[in-house]
Design a binder for this molecule. Structure first.
Ligand SMILES: [Zn+2]
Length: 243
């Protein structure tokens, strides 16, 4: 089985700082996303699953509408695999309602001047993100354990580091807790198959807040010649792994 642990905004430097050995695996590095005008989540995951730079196509109706984009399985490498499971991936199996709600709260947070109101919104926003994380984690671990279904590929997309990071990146306690949680998931799944851990972009501090950084990161639990791959390089790597 090939397992893809897709982590939004996993920051290379935080993985180092918090010493997340399981996220680093055997081989580990940054990705080169300099071909894109900005590190946009939807553009990057779309390019990953199709193996092509999809920036133009994703943005053709504007920044807001990009979240509606959905790729057909035939346009992605998922079609190369028997009985694939792809959980919550932007542009494919994304739970748009959950993510719309968090973007809405984020907007409200920055619109209000009232400190109490800000605290209230942040609390709700963080709570929603953790709840959603737990739900996807449960589905991901379950799919990996399912022997009868013979999934050749299981991908789980985790947004918690990105969502929480946007409002709390300057809060080391919270961020460390998230990285430890992700590191524990990596530990649990690392012996279940060929594991690729991939982030679309990282995150940099903007005061207490977080913004997307201009590189992503990758790691594998098997030998590979990857050094600083583009996010579109994984299409070929993953389909070749199958054989
Ligand atoms: Zn992202």
């Amino acid at each position: 089985m090939i397992i893809i642990f897709a982590i939004d905004a996993l920051e290379y430097e935080k993985v180092e700082k918090f010493n997340c050995e399981n996220l680093k695996q055997m081989h580990y590095g940054r990705t080169d996303i300099s071909e894109f005008s900005q590190p946009r989540t939807m553009v990057l995951w779309s390019s990953f699953m199709t193996g092509m730079n999809k920036e133009k196509e994703v943005l053709k109706d504007g920044d807001k509408e990009m979240w509606d984009k959905k790729w057909d399985i035939k346009e992605t490498f998922f079609s190369e695999f028997k009985n694939p499971v792809v959980l919550d991936l932007p542009g494919y199996s994304y739970d748009k309602k959950v993510h719309d709600k968090s973007r809405e709260l984020l907007k409200k947070f920055f619109e209000t001047e009232d400190k109490k109101e800000k605290d209230k919104i942040r609390k709700q926003y963080n709570k929603d993100a953790f709840e959603h994380h737990r739900k996807i984690k449960e589905q991901f671990l379950k799919a990996i354990e399912e022997k009868k279904e013979k999934h050749e590929l299981v991908l789980g997309y985790f947004s918690v580091a990105d969502v929480i990071g946007h409002l709390n990146f300057g809060n080391t306690t919270i961020m460390k807790m998230i990285y430890k949680e992700l590191d524990e998931i990596a530990e649990q799944i690392s012996k279940k198959g060929k594991l690729i851990i991939l982030s679309d972009h990282g995150m940099k501090a903007l005061g207490m807040f977080g913004d997307h950084s201009e590189y992503g990161s990758w790691s594998t639990n098997f030998d590979t010649k990857l050094k600083k791959p583009k996010i579109t390089d994984f299409y070929k790597l993953i389909t070749e792994l199958k054989n």
